[in-house]
Design a protein around this ligand. Structure first.
Ligand SMILES: CC(C)(COP(=O)(O)OP(=O)(O)OC[C@H]1O[C@@H](n2cnc3c(N)ncnc32)[C@H](O)[C@@H]1OP(=O)(O)O)[C@@H](O)C(=O)NCCC(=O)NCCS
Length: 158
């Protein structure tokens, strides 16, 4: 399966996929009802994707299975949930549910970190402490800098 997935930079004209990706990046604890898809229009979430590819510093990698986008990792200079300071972009990552647990997220994370090396010194993110993704981030060198309730901001040197 993983051998049939291509990883390549996300083009601005493909950024509509990030609407789906952002929705699927929302952590929903077991037993909790998923929010409606329109939640991604809320300003605190829309900032992650609106006009993606048109702002300086927008970087993204798309995972494509055959011709279907199935996941993305992207970063942007925003005051999002993972904001540390304006010199540090915030990373987001999301795989469509049917494609999780196959190694796609790991490859996307590696590719985006590699791409960011030339342009930023650090990258941040926000994660729920119960999200299995937390282990993935730790494995790739992200360190917790702030904990607020059940979510953490993590930071990694590039
Ligand atoms: C987290 C996520 C990006 C990882 O991508 P993936 O392709 O499923 O991951 P991989 O197969 O490369 O496995 C890497 C790690 O991802 C996590 N993971 C694997 N399957 C997962 C699943 N079905 N759901 C959530 N996390 C999963 C695990 O931590 C795994 O490491 P482990 O096997 O050591 O526990 C992906 O599962 C996803 O989109 N989850 C929902 C959205 C999300 O939580 N995004 C991050 C918000 S901070």
């Amino acid at each position: 399966m993983l051998d049939d997935v291509q990883f390549r930079p996300l083009r601005a004209d493909e950024a509509t996929f990030l609407i789906d990706a952002l929705y699927h990046a929302i952590y929903i604890p077991p037993g909790v009802t998923a929010p409606p898809k329109t939640i991604v229009r809320n300003p605190d979430l829309a900032v992650y994707i609106d006009g993606f590819g048109t702002h300086s510093g927008d970087e993204g990698i798309l995972a494509v299975h055959e011709t279907l986008p199935v996941g993305a990792a992207w970063s942007r200079y925003i005051r999002g949930y993972g904001f540390v300071d304006e010199t540090i972009p915030e990373l987001s990552i999301s795989i469509l549910p049917d494609y999780r647990g196959m190694g796609i997220g790991t490859r996307l994370l590696e590719a985006l970190l590699d791409r960011l090396k030339g342009s930023a010194e650090q990258v941040s993110l926000s994660v729920n402490l119960s999200n299995p993704a937390y282990r993935l981030y730790e494995r790739y060198g992200f360190k917790v800098v702030t904990v607020d309730g059940d979510s953490a901001i993590m930071l990694r040197d590039l």
